[in-house]
Design a protein around this ligand. Structure first.
Ligand code: GLC
Length: 508
């Protein structure tokens, strides 16, 4: 059975290939099988491109699903950003191109494919939108990701794939469930179900209501889907249109129903709570493994902690801090933004500096935080390093060198750093919120794996850090036992991948 590929312009040999693939897909549609065909869509994915936790999750969840469900067909779609490395580009195959209409625009969209660990990755190419430095922060981000979302659905016939489920993530792909409900009425798309995951409700994709038609290409009849509080809110649109709404920890799933955590979306979250699930993230324990990590100074594991101490010594040398194996290295690796609790850290630094410790901060973000932290470094040159950068290589060196890892977040949908720190044998100190609450339990309970505090208060935070530093200096044996516990916690993805599989199957 031949199928017309709407809007698709491909060159001759590619056209034949695409048509063949398309026929296969239509056959699959006619004879539905029970195979789960999953398409993850997101604006970032390790190891190709990542600026934060979303990239980590996209880099590990799809291939864990494939690992635990061999029969599943797992694919991922990403923009082909200008800064994706040549080494990956060389592994890509060009599949063809189509034209994507977005309001009055008609834009080229090339499709490249790369297969890795049993997962197929597609990179959607449009140089005007994506051949830029970095990923976000451009005046036309709304248009760029509207294009990406529309392109995701538009290229499916070209690659001959009808997913059972499209799993979209955060505001950048929020328009996928919306377009599927409002524009893509063709039979080809009829049976596709959607899961939408909120990785951070603070970033919603808010735009002027005037651009609904002109940029997002939607008619007036769709206004009520996207509008919220008088403006266009892409995340709200996805919340309404998706079949299952999820977020990255059970505690955060409860928190976002309240005004304190919802950034204004609690009404709509509560209305849609019947389809809301909270599934905690895991980490890729191979990607983050001190026994094989090429970035760190000396490889080690929990049975060779002398290696960890060597990492501390070499990092102290590298950062020109006093070299001392007996001083605890306390670290923070984060985006310097409000919800990470940077103000709590700033309020606490003078008090913390009264203790015998070294504080290493790595991150970038709000200019005022960058400046304040740099200032602290000049006030305490022998105790503080504030490195204003996003540097994955250095972050691994810091995890490996650290004794204590701080995460006093005001809100934290899941948080991965507490898990990565644990993997590298740094004891986490976390605030009991979101995924931190679901992953780190206070040692005081008798079955803990870190130190925690509840109130967002500098006093409570300082109290726990002081206590940890005291144990480090004065109770060596207890310290080693606690570190061993932390080292042994299993934060791998397998269990949570099983939870996601249950969700996907419930939609089939
Ligand atoms: C966002 C959240 C973080 C979460 C990550 C992955 O970056 O802020 O808490 O771990 O997404 O889901």
């Amino acid at each position: 059975m031949a199928r017309k590929i709407n809007n698709t312009k491909v060159s001759a040999p590619e056209k034949v290939e695409a048509a063949k693939k398309c026929d296969k897909a239509v056959d699959a549609e006619i004879k539905p099988d029970r195979q789960l065909k999953l398409l993850f869509v997101a604006s970032e994915c390790q190891p190709f491109v990542a600026t934060g936790g979303l990239g980590d999750v996209m880099g590990s969840l799809p291939h864990t699903i494939k690992k635990v469900c061999d029969n599943c067909d797992v694919r991922v779609m990403l923009p082909l950003y200008g800064d994706i490395k040549q080494e990956y580009r060389e592994q890509m195959t060009f599949l063809g191109y189509t034209n994507v209409e977005l309001a009055w625009r008609n834009q080229y969209c090339g499709v490249f494919e790369l297969v890795k660990d049993g997962v197929t990755y597609y990179f959607l190419d449009n140089e005007y939108y994506f051949k830029r430095e970095g990923q976000y922060g451009y005046f036309d981000d709304g248009e760029r990701y509207a294009f990406f979302s529309k392109a995701i659905l538009s290229v499916l016939p070209l690659i001959g794939f009808i997913p059972t489920i499209i799993h979209a993530n955060d505001w950048q792909t929020a328009l996928v469930p919306v377009y599927l409900k409002t524009i893509f009425h063709d039979e080809y798309y009829r049976n596709i179900r959607t899961v939408f995951t909120i990785h951070n409700i603070a970033y919603q994709g808010k735009y002027d209501p005037a651009i609904l038609g002109d940029v997002f290409g939607l008619g007036e009849q769709s206004r009520s889907i996207l509008c919220y509080d008088g403006i266009i809110n892409l995340m709200k649109g996805a919340i309404v249109c998706c079949d299952v709404l999820s977020t990255v920890s059970p505690t955060y799933a409860e928190e976002i129903k309240t005004p304190e955590y919802s950034y204004g979306l609690h009404y709509i979250i509560k209305q849609n709570a019947y389809k809301l699930k909270g599934v905690i993230n895991g980490i890729d324990t191979k990607f983050y493994d001190p026994s094989s990590d090429e970035s760190i100074f000396v490889k080690y594991d929990k049975n060779s902690v002398e290696g960890k101490i060597q990492n501390k010594i070499q990092l102290q040398q590298m950062l020109s801090l006093p070299v001392d194996r007996n001083i605890p290295v306390v670290s923070i690796i984060t985006r310097l933004v409000d919800h990470k609790g940077i103000d709590l850290i700033i309020q606490s630094i003078d008090e913390l500096m009264k203790n015998h410790l070294q504080l290493i901060i790595l991150g970038k973000g709000d200019l005022r935080y960058e400046e304040i932290l740099k200032n602290f470094e000049s006030r305490y040159p022998n105790k503080i390093r504030a490195i204003i950068a996003f540097n994955q290589d250095l972050s691994r060196k810091i995890y490996a060198a650290s004794d204590i890892y701080l995460m006093p977040s005001k809100s934290e949908p899941c948080g991965l750093a507490q898990m990565i720190a644990s993997r590298y044998g740094a004891i986490p100190i976390t605030r009991e919120t979101g995924g931190l609450n679901d992953s780190i339990v206070d040692f005081g309970t008798g079955h803990g794996n870190g130190w925690t505090f509840k109130n967002y208060s500098a006093r409570d935070f300082i109290y726990v850090v002081r206590n940890a530093v005291e144990v480090f200096h004065n109770h060596k044996e207890a310290w080693n036992d606690l570190r061993n516990i932390v080292f042994s916690v299993d934060f791998s993805w397998e269990k949570s991948a099983g939870e996601y599989l249950k969700i996907y199957h419930s939609l089939m």
